[in-house]
Structure formats: structure tokens, C-alpha cells
Design a protein around this ligand. Structure first.
Ligand code: GA4
Length: 322
């Protein structure tokens, strides 16, 4: 268990600085690009993902996490499967349990889907429909971003995550209420649910229930709390998109704090490219004399290096050009 010391700024209710992007309006493309540059993070509204899909999957997730631990651990594994407290394999821990699954295009028959559930087929269908719908929204957002950047063709970024061999992941997280918070034992300090990190993929799409806990790190080093909103999606730029834009977009550092009273359930779709995809700044984004800040790598190389790191490591550092 980790406790916190760095400054946290709590926005006044209704005054959150987090950009809100209406993706039903094509003109939002400029605000979208600015959000990726300034925060690496934004909230999407009017997204077109049916709320029933989200509710059914959340219901199934709650059912799964309500199973006895001895049953959940039957689908424990690495990297995919159930996990409790331990994050990754390099010593990170958090006040969280989770289920990590493959979300590639042919993952409908995902063998990790807990056969222990009363009706595994309902879970399977819910997951498949959810990922199809969220992938479509993700492609729309990436296409608006390319429009906003003035890049052609429109699918320059979206094709990276809609390719047949895309290496995408789906994660369900459950942060149970944490009885240790506010007790004298830790001096009332916060408890880390999921420690600070950036996501290695291109872009990540998070939806949570109405329990807060997510925080993002601003460029000045301050943490800000993200007000929960169960009807919207939160997007964050990943390390690979930072490289594709030669550092113009920021891969945002984020973390989750445990809550003393309420459970937080989140579902995250990590949109990654195919393993053989070469990741390097898009030449059309480089100005005349501008050089790449990074050595070229494939997604497979980056992923291997990321999975051998600790959560809070600066993973891109090893790939920066000296
Ligand atoms: C962060 C983003 C995704 O949740 C994840 C995480 C992965 C894991 O939980 O196994 C990692 C983490 C994430 C980056 C560094 C390594 C690998 C834990 C960890 C310490 C599934 C992913 O792709 O990278």
C-alpha cells in the first residue's frame, strides 16, 4: 500500500479544467487537438455508444467481482486473467482487483471469459458489443484528430487500431471501498488504487461508474481529480501517440485513489496497433528541419520493454534520441 505526498488540486464543483469534447460536432476537431496537446486527456460526450451496452457490461463485471476469491483466482494469469493487488510482474501493488482480456478483432471467443459466471455467454456478448461500439467511437475520435491536425488521409491514425491484427486490450478494474482511509493507522492519507503511470498504447478509453478516484498529472506536476461521469468516456493519449506526433501530444500520467466508502468499477479499452507496426513520428507532422525525438521501434519492441518496467517508470526515455 502506498500513501501520497505530492500536491493535489481539487477543482471547485462545476469548474473542472478537463476539456469536454462533443464529437457529434465536426468543429470539435480543433478543441480535440488542443486537449491532446495541453492535457493528453479529455472527456467525450454525444459519443453514440448505447448506454444499455455499458450497463449490461457493468452489471456482468459486478457479478464477476462478487464471486468468491477462490473462484476468481481460477482465471488468474499473466498478462491476461484475474489479478488482485499485484499490478504487472515487477512489484507494483494497489488497492484493486481486475480482469484483463484480449480485445483483438477476433476475441469474441475469448477463452478467459469466466466460465464460472452464471451465464458466461451474456458476458461474452456484452463484451463483444461494447468493444465493437467503443472501437468505432475511438476511430471517429482519431479521424477527427487527423482532421484537426490537417493530415490526410483521415484514417492515418484510425487504421492503426482497426487493422485485423490490432493488439488491443480490455481491462475491468474494481476498487473496493478501503477501510484504511481516514483511520489513524495511516494518518488519514490517501491510499493508491492504481499507481501513477502512462499507458503504452496509442489511446485509451475509460468509462467508470459514478465513484471518483481518477487523477491526472498536469505538465506543472500537480495532480487534478477527474469528476466521475458514468455517461461519458474519458480518453487519454498513450506513449505511442506521443511518439507518432513527435511529442506534440502528451501521454498523460494518471493514477487512481481508493475511496473510503464506495466501490469504483471502471472499464478501459486500450487501443494498440499490430505487433509489427513501426512507431515513429508521422513525416507529415514534421516541419522542414524538425528531427524525430525518438528512435524508431515496433509496437512489439515497445510493449516488451514496457512490460519489463515498473508502473511509474518513464518508459519512453529509453527510446529518446540523445
Ligand atoms: C498500463 C496500461 C494497461 O493497464 C496495461 C498495464 C500493464 C499490466 O497491468 O500488466 C502494465 C502497465 C500497463 C505498464 C507497465 C507494466 C505493464 C503493468 C506494468 C507494471 C495492461 C498495459 O498495457 O500497460
Amino acid at each position: 500500500m502506498a500513501v501520497l505526498s505530492k500536491p493535489v488540486s481539487e477543482p471547485k464543483p462545476g469548474s473542472s479544467p478537463i476539456p469536454v469534447i462533443d464529437i457529434s460536432d465536426p468543429e470539435s476537431k480543433h478543441a480535440l487537438v488542443k486537449a491532446c496537446e495541453d492535457f493528453g486527456f479529455f472527456k467525450v460526450i454525444n459519443h453514440g455508444v448505447p448506454s444499455e451496452l455499458v450497463s449490461v457490461l457493468e452489471y456482468e463485471a459486478v457479478e464477476f467481482f462478487s464471486l468468491p476469491k477462490s473462484e476468481k483466482t481460477q482465471v488468474a494469469g499473466y498478462p491476461f486473467g484475474y489479478g488482485n493487488s499485484k499490478i504487472g510482474r515487477n512489484g507494483d501493488v494497489g488497492w484493486v482487483e481486475y480482469l484483463l482480456m484480449n480485445a483483438t478483432l477476433d476475441s469474441a471467443s475469448n477463452s478467459l471469459i469466466p466460465s464460472l459466471l452464471k451465464n458466461p455467454q451474456t458476458f461474452r456478448n456484452a463484451l463483444e458489443e461494447y468493444t465493437i461500439s467503443v472501437r468505432k467511437m475511438t476511430c471517429e475520435v482519431l479521424e477527427m484528430i487527423t482532421d484537426g491536425l490537417g493530415i490526410k488521409p483521415r484514417n492515418t491514425l484510425s487504421k492503426l487500431v482497426s487493422d485485423q491484427n490490432t493488439d488491443s486490450i480490455f481491462r475491468l478494474n474494481h476498487y473496493p471501498p478501503c477501510p484504511l482511509i481516514n483511520k489513524k493507522t495511516n494518518g488519514g492519507k490517501n491510499v493508491i488504487g492504481f499507481g501513477e503511470h502512462t499507458d503504452p498504447q496509442i489511446i485509451s478509453v475509460l468509462r467508470s461508474n459514478n465513484t471518483c478516484g481518477l487523477q491526472i498529472n498536469l505538465t506543472d506536476g500537480c495532480w487534478i481529480s477527474v469528476p466521475a461521469d458514468h455517461s461519458s468516456f474519458f480518453f487519454n493519449v498513450g506513449d505511442s501517440l506521443q511518439v507518432l506526433t513527435n511529442g506534440r501530444f502528451k501521454s498523460v500520467k494518471h493514477r487512481v485513489l481508493a475511496n473510503s466508502r464506495k466501490s469504483r468499477v471502471s472499464m478501459i479499452y486500450f487501443a494498440g496497433p499490430s505487433l509489427t507496426q513501426r512507431i515513429a513520428p508521422l513525416t507529415c507532422l514534421l516541419d522542414n528541419e524538425e528531427e524525430s525525438l525518438y528512435q524508431e521501434f515496433t509496437w512489439s519492441e515497445y510493449k516488451n520493454s514496457a512490460y519489463n518496467s515498473r508502473l511509474s517508470d518513464n518508459r519512453l526515455q529509453h527510446f529518446e534520441r540523445k
